[in-house]
Design a protein around this ligand. Structure first.
Ligand SMILES: NC(=O)c1ccc[n+]([C@@H]2O[C@H](COP(=O)([O-])OP(=O)(O)OC[C@H]3O[C@@H](n4cnc5c(N)ncnc54)[C@H](OP(=O)(O)O)[C@@H]3O)[C@@H](O)[C@H]2O)c1
Length: 252
């Protein structure tokens, strides 16, 4: 048996979207914690990730949009641990250089952009939960946290625009809340939450930072610590809800 196999030795954690941005900062922050025994980091490409060497850290290269790759993931993880204690999905898509951009108005809405945003922002989180379900069963405290965005709140939408991103994050919120209800029946100590990180200085927000008020553009390191605190404060009664980086509940 793997000498680091989880049990009394500490938590087994998985971070998806771990090669850059908030996901990478979460990996670095988790490696500072002694109660983390195994850290599975999932991404498509590790070049430039510059993560520290650590025997607890296992880099897994796969494309989460690939059905077969997701199915193989649970089997691979099962070789190292019986259950996951914490899963954090950070995968998200807003824009690409020279390609898809957030819509400024209705005229710019198109089906290809909607489908792509929904596939990544809503599809990946719920299909990741589906793939990992064998490792999320049982009767012990287990958290699945997925990064959403305040702009995905329907009740909080005052500015308009960004149709595909907003709608795909709102769709993620519904999918994960639905999963939270089903998961509670399988594990009463389960906690599934959506998290808004706040505007964070990463590639995703880079073109849109000009109007961010002073002091409101967070570093990925600050956000990683905040999100881990918000996660640690949650109980099963909180499952299925949407929280901001400061622990406040965000309306749907
Ligand atoms: N930054 C902000 O201000 C902000 C605000 C609100 C919410 N968020 C949310 O926070 C999360 C993390 O964002 P970030 O700021 O860290 O952005 P980022 O630096 O752009 O990172 C995005 C992550 O998503 C992954 N990803 C994108 N498309 C993918 C695909 N098709 N398949 C697999 N992985 C894909 C990327 O992996 P690759 O490296 O393989 O592309 C990367 O790990 C996102 O869900 C975002 O919507 C961010």
């Amino acid at each position: 048996m793997d000498s680091n196999r989880q049990g009394e030795h500490g938590r087994a954690v998985l971070v998806a979207g771990a090669s850059r941005g908030i996901g990478r900062a979460l990996v670095r922050a988790l490696l500072q914690r002694e109660d983390v025994a195994r850290l599975f980091a999932v991404a498509r490409d590790w070049s430039g990730a510059a993560l520290p060497e650590d025997p607890r850290l296992q880099l897994i290269t796969l494309d989460l949009t690939d059905d077969a790759a997701r199915e193989a993931l649970a089997a691979t993880l099962g070789e190292h641990c019986e259950q996951l204690d914490l899963v954090i999905n950070t995968v998200g898509f807003l824009h690409e250089p020279e390609g898809q951009q957030p819509e400024k108005n209705l005229r710019q809405v198109n089906i290809a952009a909607l489908q792509r945003s929904f596939a990544i922002n809503a599809g990946i989180p719920i299909l990741l939960a589906q793939a990992l379900l064998p490792l999320l069963r049982g009767h012990r405290h287990c958290v699945f946290a997925s990064l959403s965005a305040r702009v995905g709140s329907i009740g909080d939408n005052r500015l308009g625009g960004w149709y595909a991103y907003r709608a795909s994050k709102a769709a993620q919120n519904m999918l994960m809340r639905t999963f939270a209800i089903e998961w509670r029946r399988l594990n009463r100590d389960s906690i599934c939450v959506l998290l808004h990180p706040g505007t964070t200085d990463t590639g995703l927000s880079a073109p849109f930072q000009a109007n961010v008020p002073e002091g409101k553009l967070f570093t990925p390191e600050f956000v990683a610590e905040r999100l881990l605190t918000v996660i640690a404060e949650r109980t099963p009664a909180d499952s299925g809800n949407f929280y901001a980086w400061d622990g406040e509940t965000i309306p749907w």
